[in-house]
Design a protein around this ligand. Structure first.
Ligand SMILES: [Zn+2]
Length: 259
């Protein structure tokens, strides 16, 4: 298997993977979406709320705020050495105490762990009018997207790579004339492919001219991984591979028992 990095920024990576099967690509995609653990607020204790929003609404909003954390330093509560009671190794407490007039933002959440915070301080939580007050404590724990979407680590998708056959090209100018911008160019009187991943657009040119042939290679995929949590897309991809490996090992162990 060969992996090539096509694009990378803080929230998103695009990878080209060769010699992969559709089944493996799909297993990785599903794990990235629903099984990579992230941290999100699960319980909210409201001490005072005279804002216009119901307690439930505020708790829901807090749950959806992505949190930045170091995944190596957190345990699932039920696997933690505290026995699931909740401790600094498996939970983080955020406190909010604000009085209006103001807008309460995610930057107003005081964290019990200085390494854990919302990924941005600019998420609005509630608007308070003169004299209105909100005082609460919110507890975050690890979870997975399968349980609730607030723990979803990433949006992940893949597409098979198109293969474009230019053997039967006769009229380059005609092809350039009907092609969407940026998929072909003419260099030294030859037609050159510019962005080989735009399958639909090359297919369109195939149908219109009949001079090129576009097929899909199902053993070659381009993966898009966009983080929607406090984890980096590179970490999410590696973690998904680790989770898949553990599943395979568990399966092997169970098989050995029945042999
Ligand atoms: Zn614990």
């Amino acid at each position: 298997m060969k992996i090539k990095l096509l694009e990378k920024n803080k929230e998103e990576v695009r990878l080209l993977i060769e010699d992969i099967t559709p089944a493996l690509a799909n297993a990785l995609r599903r794990i990235m979406i629903s099984e990579v653990p992230t941290l999100a607020i699960e319980w909210v204790e409201i001490h005072e709320n005279t804002s216009a929003l119901f307690n439930e609404m505020i708790a829901h909003r807090l749950g959806l705020i992505p949190l930045k954390f170091d995944p190596k330093k957190f345990n699932f509560m039920d696997e933690c050495e505290c026995g699931g009671k909740g401790c600094p190794l498996c939970t983080v407490v955020f406190a909010i105490d604000k009085t209006g007039p103001c807008i309460v933002y995610s930057k107003d959440m005081k964290s019990s762990n200085k390494e854990v915070s919302p990924i941005s301080g600019d998420f609005p939580i509630v608007k308070l009018l003169e004299g209105q007050r909100i005082k609460l404590e919110a507890i975050a724990k690890l979870g997975i997207g399968k349980e609730h979407a607030k723990w979803q680590a990433a949006n992940a998708s893949y597409q098979f790579v198109p293969e474009i056959d230019l053997k039967n090209v006769k009229d380059i100018d005609k092809i350039l004339e009907v092609s969407p911008k940026g998929i072909f160019k003419k260099v030294n009187n030859k037609l050159v492919i510019v962005d080989p991943y735009r399958y639909d657009e090359y297919k369109f040119v195939e149908e219109l001219t009949g001079q090129i042939k576009v097929t899909l290679n199902t053993n070659k995929v381009v993966f898009n991984i966009e983080s929607v949590s406090g984890l980096s897309p590179g970490y999410i991809f590696k973690k998904a591979i680790e989770i898949l490996e553990n599943k395979a090992n568990e399966f092997k162990l169970e098989l050995e028992k029945i042999e």
